[in-house]
Design a protein around this ligand. Structure first.
Ligand code: ZN
Length: 132
């Protein structure tokens, strides 16, 4: 899978953690993973070898979300890496968000984003109405 416009969000992540450790940000503001996000992380994500920086009790999962008009109904859904790689061969251009999630304490943060896709392939048509 070709990765274009890769953005690493490590700096923002470190800044958020520094604010948390210093007490400038409350845990509730950063430990806000929804049940849907946690479920997606467990079902579709991969378990990393990194320990959660907040609770230090669990290992982090990383899960991929895809966004873009070109992927039709897949827009705004969580996907396995294999599914994202397949989409990248079939669709012209879309964004991928790699999110780390702690399923124990609900910490979550964007790890990196990139764009992918194969120019010249057709865009998918949307069959569902987009939820607001
Ligand atoms: Zn945690």
């Amino acid at each position: 899978m070709e990765r274009r416009d890769v953005v690493d969000h490590g700096l923002k992540r470190r800044a958020t953690l520094a604010e948390l450790y210093s007490g400038r940000v409350s845990t509730g503001e950063v430990q806000d993973a929804s049940p849907y996000l946690k479920s997606a992380a467990k079902r579709l994500g991969v378990e990393t070898d990194r320990t959660c920086p907040v609770c230090r009790r669990a290992t982090l999962h990383e899960v991929l979300w895809v966004y873009g008009d070109a992927i039709g109904d897949a827009d705004g859904t969580a996907r396995t890496l294999a599914e994202v790689e397949r989409l990248a061969t079939e669709r012209p251009d879309f964004a991928v968000y790699d999110v780390e999630v702690c399923t124990a304490c609900d910490w979550n943060h964007l790890v990196r984003t990139w764009r992918t896709g194969t120019p010249g392939t057709p865009a998918a048509r949307r069959t569902r109405r987009r939820e607001a």
